[in-house]
Design a protein around this ligand. Structure first.
Ligand SMILES: Nc1ncnc2c1ncn2[C@@H]1O[C@H](COP(=O)(O)OP(=O)(O)OP(=O)(O)O)[C@@H](O)[C@H]1O
Length: 438
């Protein structure tokens, strides 16, 4: 019997990624987490991940009946792997009920921030550990991401366009840990507003001429030489020549959100629905192993559509996707919907301020932002406006799932999905469970 039903966890399985973020998870565990677990009489088994997808394998094989929860000391990426591993099991329907904990020690720590913020607690290692120790539970929606026979599961977000480009192209700043996205966004904003990257000693300039927030100045001051890797010219070019992408989207709006986009004609809707039902049902025996996605039918749903070009599209499951970024302030853990945050057109100066406003979620009030809830979503990503030889990046939970021709690391990485064919997202309400302090 899963002992979590009796209350607080007594035995937990901990998965620690020693290479996430600033590579400090091991130190954080021994100095900050372990003493609290011992004081709470929690028995733990600790397993460090040794390679990519190791956490997924562990979750796939784990004898979870021996544990009251699985806790990741990592970034969001490892927890996403755990969810995928659990849902690939034959006994996925019981496995996914094991409560999951996240203690932030990576680059992207959006789930930990969302869990703590939802109960009014500050983001910290201690509070995230207390959330596990107290052992309250919160249901969490899981999104199935599907293209042809390829499928995986997401708990945070899908992004395409500007935010995906920022996320993936800021990889070169990963030595900054979870400030890297914030830093990159501010770098982008600064160059939009002032037309150039500020002069600063690491770039050979004069410190008096600009005003980056002090914490970034200290990041620069601690610089280990990597700052010289920033391609200043490329960054300016990237911002001044804002990318827009062709493509189209279709979605089933949540009740009350039907006014956005255009209705699909009945004939188009039928054709689209046949295609969608085929996407999920034409798998062979291998594909049918494990969880197959939500058991819902969209045959009778009213789909709406919108055609590009687009600047940015995000589908978000929880409010925060990083500790400083709240793209979807209305997102709920288990409402059964994804929050669609879409920018179709926007002047560059307004866009810069919108990016900064994601820090408190106020960007969604902008007339340039379309913000609504959807039950199902289909993305057909296209190439860049004005540069049809180049595609974009589809990013799910911080990992590239598809990239077009001519983009960052194109040809060097094997992505699970292709760029161009439709990618379908469907939500399963409250499928997973996470630890929360209340
Ligand atoms: N020992 C390891 N060596 C290399 N990669 C690993 C190892 N352990 C885990 N990983 C991979 O690291 C990735 C990121 O993990 P995690 O979410 O903990 O860190 P993050 O810093 O938030 O994410 P990211 O590094 O992707 O920004 C995951 O894809 C995971 O598979």
């Amino acid at each position: 019997m899963i002992r979590q039903k009796l209350g607080r966890p007594k035995r937990i399985f901990i998965i620690l990624n020693p290479y996430g973020g600033k590579k400090s998870a091991r130190k954080i565990f021994h100095s900050e987490i372990r003493p609290l677990l011992l004081a709470a009489n929690i028995i733990y088994t600790l397993q460090e991940t040794q390679y990519q997808l190791h956490a997924q394998e562990l979750a796939y094989k784990l004898d979870f009946l021996n544990y009251d929860g699985i806790v990741c000391v990592s970034g969001d990426g490892v927890l996403v792997e755990v969810v995928n591993g659990l849902l690939q099991r034959e006994d996925w329907d019981t496995a996914i009920k094991v409560p999951l904990g996240i203690i932030p020690a990576g680059t992207g720590n959006g789930l930990a921030k969302s869990i703590l913020d939802a109960v009014g607690e500050n983001y910290s290692i201690q509070n995230a550990t207390f959330a596990v120790i107290r052992g309250h539970k919160r249901a969490l929606d899981v999104t199935t991401v599907l293209q042809g026979k390829t499928k995986f599961f997401s708990i945070l977000m899908l992004s395409w366009g500007l935010i995906a480009d920022i996320d993936i192209e800021s990889e070169k700043y990963r030595w900054m840990g979870d400030t890297r996205l914030d830093f990159y966004v501010r770098l982008v904003c600064f160059s939009v507003n002032f037309g150039s990257i500020p002069a600063y000693p690491p770039f050979g300039g004069n410190v008096g001429s600009w005003a980056f927030p002090p914490r970034y100045k200290s990041v620069y001051d601690q610089g280990d030489g990597l700052i010289s890797n920033i391609s200043v010219d490329q960054c300016i070019l990237r911002v001044m020549k804002l990318r827009k992408y062709h493509g189209n989207i279709e979605y089933v709006p949540a009740p009350g959100h039907e006014s956005f986009g255009k209705p699909k004609s009945e004939r188009e809707a039928i054709a689209g629905n046949i295609e969608i039902s085929k996407l999920g049902r034409d798998g062979d025996a291998d594909v049918l192993h494990g969880y197959q996605g939500p058991n819902c039918c969209f045959e009778d749903s009213v789909w709406r559509f919108l055609e590009g070009p687009f600047i940015s599209i995000m589908l978000v499951n929880v409010p925060w996707v990083g500790k400083d970024a709240m793209p979807a302030p209305e997102a709920k853990f288990s409402d059964g919907f994804l929050d669609l945050v879409l920018i179709k057109d926007c002047p560059k100066s307004a866009l810069a301020s919108l990016l900064l406003k994601t820090g408190n979620g106020s960007h969604v009030k902008s007339p340039y932002v379309m913000y609504l809830k959807v039950k199902a979503f289909r993305l057909v990503p296209g190439n860049r406006v004005g540069d049809s030889a180049k595609g974009g990046i589809v990013d799910v939970d911080g990992e590239v799932v598809a990239r077009g021709e001519g983009v960052y690391m194109c040809g060097q990485e094997r992505d699970p999905m292709s760029y161009g064919p439709p990618i379908l997202l469907t939500v399963d309400k409250g499928l997973a469970t996470v630890f929360s302090s209340r």
